[in-house]
Unconditional design. Structure first.
Length: 126
């Protein structure tokens, strides 16, 4: 009987490491991804102001919109939910959806879509 050659173990280990290394990508982990998404939202929050023209200011108070949106693993926007209010309509929703969709979020290492929650405050002009 022939003894198992240590060099074949090395070759097997090397092949395993290489195939694992090729299978993984440079996509961030969920925690890193969430930090990058929040940083992106913070730096581009001014883009949401364009949607203020579609808000019906029912009073002279500031309005805070609480939204939740879902991104798929490629970073693309899937859907958007807004809290209930009479102050906005479909034009406002469509505007927010388009702003978020154009932000270009990073992809991530998950097989499921992830949800992000963000509040935006619109200042009353009156």
């Amino acid at each position: 009987m022939k003894a198992f050659c240590p060099s074949s173990i090395f070759v097997f280990c090397l092949a395993t490491l290489l195939s694992f290394g090729c299978a993984t990508s440079n996509k961030p982990s969920k925690d890193d991804w969430e930090e990058k998404v929040q940083a992106k939202l913070s730096t581009e929050q001014g883009k949401f102001q364009i949607c203020s023209k579609y808000i019906s200011y029912v009073s002279k108070k500031d309005i805070t919109v609480s939204m939740t949106f879902r991104l798929n693993p490629t970073g693309a926007l899937e859907t958007l939910w807004l809290d209930e209010s009479e102050a906005w309509d479909t034009r406002f929703y469509d505007c927010l959806f388009n702003v978020i969709d154009q932000m270009g979020f990073p992809s991530f290492n998950e097989d499921v879509s992830l949800e992000v929650q963000q509040d935006i405050t619109y200042r009353s002009r009156g």
